[in-house]
Design a protein around this ligand. Structure first.
Ligand SMILES: C=C(O[C@H]1C=CC=C(C(=O)O)[C@@H]1O)C(=O)O
Length: 410
């Protein structure tokens, strides 16, 4: 197999089975590490055989599809036989939350190391030597400053949004804020990845072009015709001990506000996936997902695609779900632009990977930060309903920030 990569001569692609590579993250060189890891399995990549900035606009996913079809073999996605999801050439991607914002990117790494179900493989593109792995560096002391809004300003914005919802303008909106972390020395993304993967094994630890995080929310996994999604919305804190934990979990399951917030998210996923699927299963009741920092209402959605839509086509149909946008989508997006006062960049956008067969896994980039040198912009948001309490939403956002603060500080 070969990839076009815009060169006159296609580059050879080789996928070879390898023995157990151990910790996948330990193979990453310092510069441009790509990762998508959960419970020790997944794929990591390094080097850049091809990279493209996806132009902003409503056609960005279609544009990305065309680019990928040209680069990953040109035959289009359906039917390309490459030995299972994630074998052959793979592209990692991150799309901005706002379709009109610049910053969406697709990268085909020069090398990809992967493990699934106890099977491991290495894919290389071209004949350039693989990078050497240098020791992981500590960034030193971390200090934090407000991003676009201070905490009281953000609480005020939450109160205004809740009032607009009570006035009947919309049903739900997700509002986020940012914090700016500054380290003494340049931040080594690999250190963040290894801390995140260790502490949040159930989440998807990811790294794409400086966007790093551990998201619990699987937007979509496509394996042939089969798709699955983990929809999250509705949050409570962890308890002070097992009994308090159980009580808080039970209260979350019984909370009308959180159930409504969750139902909005499920409804948006059903609306997006329905037309693409020959069958679609959504549970009647959410369950609890208990993470080290928070507990969520969670619904595992499964389905079967009716035709040959690639995972990116499905992403295009789903983004933004009401777990990160709101209901109705267009009014919520407008209110986010009006009230948040910041560019979300890749936060709450789709992040993940796709192979030449159109299979892949994409998450919603939550519990994440954008790392540039010594600085990282951290993001956290909350679903706002008419009866939201600003102080409680601020506390929830702070609990969500803890994921990346832990990654930075250990
Ligand atoms: C928007 C975020 O979380 C979403 C996902 C799970 C629970 C959420 C909530 O309860 O508000 C949010 O919808 C975030 O982590 O920044």
């Amino acid at each position: 197999m070969s990839v076009a990569l815009g060169t006159t001569r296609p580059l050879p692609v080789r996928t070879t089975p390898v023995g157990d590579p151990g910790d996948l993250l330990a193979s990453l060189p310092r510069s441009s590490p790509y990762a998508w890891i959960r419970n020790g399995e997944g794929i990591v990549g390094w080097g850049e055989a091809a990279r493209v900035a996806v132009p902003p606009g409503s056609g960005r996913f279609a544009w990305a599809r065309e680019w990928l079809a040209g680069v990953l073999g040109g035959a289009g996605f359906p039917g390309a036989d490459n030995g299972g999801p994630g074998t052959g050439p793979v592209a990692f991607g991150s799309f901005t939350f706002d379709e009109d914002a610049p910053g969406s990117v697709l990268v085909v790494p020069q090398a990809v190391l992967a493990r699934r179900d106890g099977r491991a493989w290495l894919t290389t593109i071209g004949d350039a030597p693989l990078g050497t792995v240098t020791p992981v560096l500590d960034p030193g002391r971390i200090s934090y400053g407000d991003g676009s809004l201070t905490a009281p300003e953000w609480e005020h914005v939450v109160a205004r949004a809740a009032a607009r919802i009570r006035d009947g303008e919309l049903e739900k909106v997700v509002l986020a804020r940012d914090l700016v972390a500054t380290a003494e020395r340049a931040i080594d993304v690999r250190l963040l990845l290894s801390r995140l993967a260790r502490r949040y094994p159930e989440c998807y630890t990811f790294s794409v072009a400086g966007l790093v995080g551990a998201t619990p929310e699987l937007l979509i996994r496509r394996t042939g015709q089969e798709i699955e999604s983990l929809v999250l919305a509705g949050t409570t804190a962890r308890g002070t001990g097992p009994a308090d934990d159980l009580a808080r979990g039970a209260a979350l399951l019984a909370s009308a506000k959180d159930r409504h917030e969750h139902e909005c998210a499920i409804a948006s996923v059903r609306t997006a996936l329905g037309p693409l699927c020959s069958s679609l299963e959504t549970p009647d009741e959410p369950e609890l997902l208990v993470l080290p920092n928070v507990q969520h209402l969670a619904s595992h959605v499964t389905g079967r695609l009716a035709d040959g839509a690639s995972v990116l086509d499905v992403v295009a149909a789903m983004h933004p779900t009401a777990a990160v946008g709101g209901t109705p989508t267009d009014l919520a997006s407008k209110l986010i632009r009006e009230l948040e006062g910041m560019d979300r960049a890749g936060y709450a956008g789709p992040v993940g990977w796709i192979d030449a067969n159109g299979d892949g896994e994409w998450g919603i980039a939550l519990r994440s930060g954008l790392v540039r040198g010594r600085r990282a912009r951290l993001f956290a948001g909350c679903g706002i309903m008419g009866d939201s309490d600003p102080a409680a939403e601020l506390a929830e956002a702070q609990a969500k920030f803890r994921v990346m603060q832990y990654a930075l500080e250990g």
